[in-house]
Design a protein around this ligand. Structure first.
Ligand SMILES: NC(=O)c1ccc[n+]([C@@H]2O[C@H](COP(=O)([O-])OP(=O)(O)OC[C@H]3O[C@@H](n4cnc5c(N)ncnc54)[C@H](O)[C@@H]3O)[C@@H](O)[C@H]2O)c1
Length: 419
């Protein structure tokens, strides 16, 4: 089968196939869904437009959608996150893939346009860039879209803002907000892969370092827990009193970023917010401090301000830029301030993406069946899908759990019994 596509180097396809096969071997839930899709073809003749990190795990999702009968066009959701061997393998398999690592902003939007050209009936987003492009540049396409899904917290912030202002033109399922997604992907996935990105790029010791985590949400919790496990002294900065309190009772030091700036050795932002580390903080940092971001957009560490206070900049290792400040101090920025776990490592482990993408695949089927009945707002993942994904993941791990007895079910539904 031949398809329109644009990738960095088609010759990388064999490496890509090996990589996708490795992921498949560790994503049994998605394979179970795929076998079922192959028989029933619930996505038959539906055009999908997907803007997702083009990784080996995403390739397994794309194969699953195609097994269900879908016609998929795919672009990356970040200019630095595409695995070029994987995009080459997908192109070889006939997927309309437009993605390569190191796209310029212009190229990034060109790839998105190609996916919009596919006239999707269902959109899959990670950060809401495709929904946003369709709404701003191609509003006529929105009328044809049945519904979309959104993979991440930052995308949902944008989509809820669109829904609240009455500008959202088609329904969205908030995959990020499924328990089977954020409790595992945001926490354990981002936790492990952020540390992975820092280690692959710097190869430095984490034990004994002051490791500052900005934002104690689901991602921040995972990063803090894993950094602690590596022996770092973890410091948390927050703006929400409940989350700050939780961090304190989890055993972490909590302080304002201005204080943390003076003592931190490694800084990681995971807030979904803007301007979390600015030149005000950078000016207080120690010589050799390392800056990384794991939030969706590259706006958490103010890279333009870092440039403005620096007298020179050079690449000292892959994914590590050394900035020399005017007073001679050096700060190290990882993965250009973009998602460090995808820019400097391979993103979340397969087992975690298995759950997130099982939610995506089952929500795609739900949209194909019931999408026309949904209102133009942001919807929760149906509880039945959420629980099914968790159950399938447990099954794949060989873990069985108890079931309620008749007596227990009755008791849990009643109010009469007390002391
Ligand atoms: N790296 C990845 O692969 C990956 C995976 C999932 C989510 N994300 C992204 O990570 C970001 C965080 O996601 P989440 O699910 O943890 O969100 P969340 O809403 O659970 O947590 C964000 C936390 O940041 C705090 N915060 C906001 N502004 C802050 C500031 N200026 N200083 C300190 N704390 C601040 C909030 O109070 C909140 O507790 C989002 O951009 C999301 O899209 C990245």
């Amino acid at each position: 089968m031949s398809a329109d596509y644009k990738v960095k180097d088609e010759r990388l396809f064999e490496d890509g196939l090996r990589s996708i096969n490795w992921a498949e071997a560790h994503m049994p839930v998605l394979i179970t869904i795929r076998r079922d899709f192959e028989k029933r073809k619930p996505l038959k003749d539906l055009r999908f437009g997907a803007c997702l990190h083009v990784t080996k795990e995403t390739a397994v999702l794309v194969r699953t959608l195609i097994a269900g009968g879908a016609d998929v066009a795919l672009c990356g959701s970040n200019p630095l996150s595409t695995q070029d061997d994987v995009s080459a393998a997908l192109a070889r398999e006939g997927v309309h893939v437009y993605a390569w690592r190191g796209e310029s902003t212009e190229e990034y939007y060109w790839c998105l346009e190609k996916v919009a050209d596919h006239k999707p009936r269902i959109t899959l987003d990670d950060g809401a860039d495709l929904v946003s492009l369709i709404h701003t540049k191609h509003p006529q396409l929105a009328d044809q879209v049945i519904a979309g899904t959104e993979e991440t917290t930052s995308g949902l912030i944008r989509l809820r803002s669109m829904a609240n202002s009455g500008t959202l033109k088609y329904p969205i399922i908030a995959v990020n907000d499924a328990y089977s997604k954020y409790l595992f992907d945001n926490r354990y996935g981002t936790g492990q892969s952020t540390i992975d990105g820092i280690l692959r790029s710097t190869a430095l010791l984490l034990a004994g370092k002051n490791f500052v985590v900005c934002g104690y949400g689901w991602c921040g919790r995972g990063i803090a827990a894993r950094a602690k496990g590596m022996g770092s002294n973890v410091i948390v900065t927050e703006v929400d009193p409940l989350r700050a309190l939780e961090a304190a009772l989890d055993g972490f030091r909590v302080m304002p970023i201005q204080e943390a700036a003076k003592v931190g050795d490694i800084f990681v932002t995971a807030t979904g917010d803007v301007s979390v580390i600015t030149k005000k903080e950078m000016e207080r940092m120690k010589d050799g401090a390392i800056l990384a971001n794991s939030g969706h957009f590259n706006v958490e560490v103010k890279v333009d301000e870092l440039e403005s206070i620096s007298r020179s900049k050079k690449t000292v290792r892959p994914s590590v830029e050394e900035y020399t400040l005017k007073d001679g101090r050096r700060l190290y920025l990882l993965a250009e301030g973009r998602l460090v776990n995808l820019g400097a490592a391979e993103g979340h482990p397969c087992e975690v993406m298995m759950m997130s993408f099982a939610d995506q695949a089952l929500c795609a089927e739900y949209i194909a069946e019931k999408g026309q009945t949904l209102t133009k707002r942001v919807h929760r993942v149906p509880e039945e899908i959420d629980r099914r994904v968790a159950q399938m993941a447990l099954d794949s791990m060989g873990i069985t759990i108890d079931t309620l007895t008749e007596e227990q079910s009755k008791y849990l539904r009643s109010w009469e019994l007390g002391t």
